[in-house]
Design a protein around this ligand. Sequence first.
Ligand SMILES: NC(=O)c1ccc[n+]([C@@H]2O[C@H](COP(=O)([O-])OP(=O)(O)OC[C@H]3O[C@@H](n4cnc5c(N)ncnc54)[C@H](O)[C@@H]3O)[C@@H](O)[C@H]2O)c1
Length: 266
Amino acid sequence: MNLLTNQTAGVTGAGSGIGRAIALALAGAGARVAVSDMNEASARSVAAEIQAAGGEAMAHHLDVTDQEAAQAVVAAIADRWGRLDIWCNNAGVSTMNRFVDLTADEWDFNMNVNVKGAFLCSQVVVRQMMAQEPDARGLRGRIINTASMAGKRGNAPFLAHYVASKFAVVGLTQAVAGELAPLGILVNAVCPGYVRTSMQTRELQWEAELRGVAAEEVADLYVQDTPLGRLETPEDVAGVVLFLASSLSNFVTGEAINVNGGAWMD
Ligand SMILES: NC(=O)c1ccc[n+]([C@@H]2O[C@H](COP(=O)([O-])OP(=O)(O)OC[C@H]3O[C@@H](n4cnc5c(N)ncnc54)[C@H](O)[C@@H]3O)[C@@H](O)[C@H]2O)c1
């Protein structure tokens, strides 16, 4: 189903994991996709995957904490494709530590990439979308943030700083959605659970060390905490992002949709 024919999209942190799956899903639905990542080689490789499958893609180096660089990516999309319909603030980082040992550097790192990055990128995206003509339904564009189950459930050991950053992403989603609704810009978020990506591989190792158990044991705890009984895949997340990116969700804004196999239902 070509849900996104004639649509253009940008995805941050799209060189691996969830961002890669989002970029491939949007392209698979017919969108032209600007794949960006701090790791430029990985962005290029995902753009090449899209092109090899017959889609249209560009690759950019983008550190989401650099607003000038984000502006350049948005300008490149507008120059080449004339319009930016969908922007996914997906880039994110995590570290793990006991709260008493948490450093200000760890706090800043998580906050800067996860929240400030979404703010800085969204601002330049919104300026572009505001300048665009609305479509037949009065919509100028859509922003989709990758928040987390940790943006709704505080009980996540060793992740106080990450939890704070993701609660902030959910708050930002709601506040910006309310402000931009009259302009026809939809702003939503997805809240994944325990997703098998390189971030999870790192977290399994850190959590295992902090708990004094094996990484496999921690992975088992993640599965036990998930009623659907398995770890989540990046594609599980991308399907819901595709819904939010498409005209199937024209009247949805300010939502932070759980995509976590039932691990958290609020
Ligand atoms: N893996 C999970 O279990 C999980 C669960 C909930 C939410 N999330 C969120 O999903 C998003 C993607 O995570 P993932 O699991 O795919 O992780 P990942 O580490 O596999 O991928 C993250 C990507 O973001 C890029 N990146 C990191 N810092 C960046 C920056 N400053 N600017 C641009 N790109 C940057 C990395 O190079 C990498 O390609 C993150 O926002 C994360 O917080 C992940």
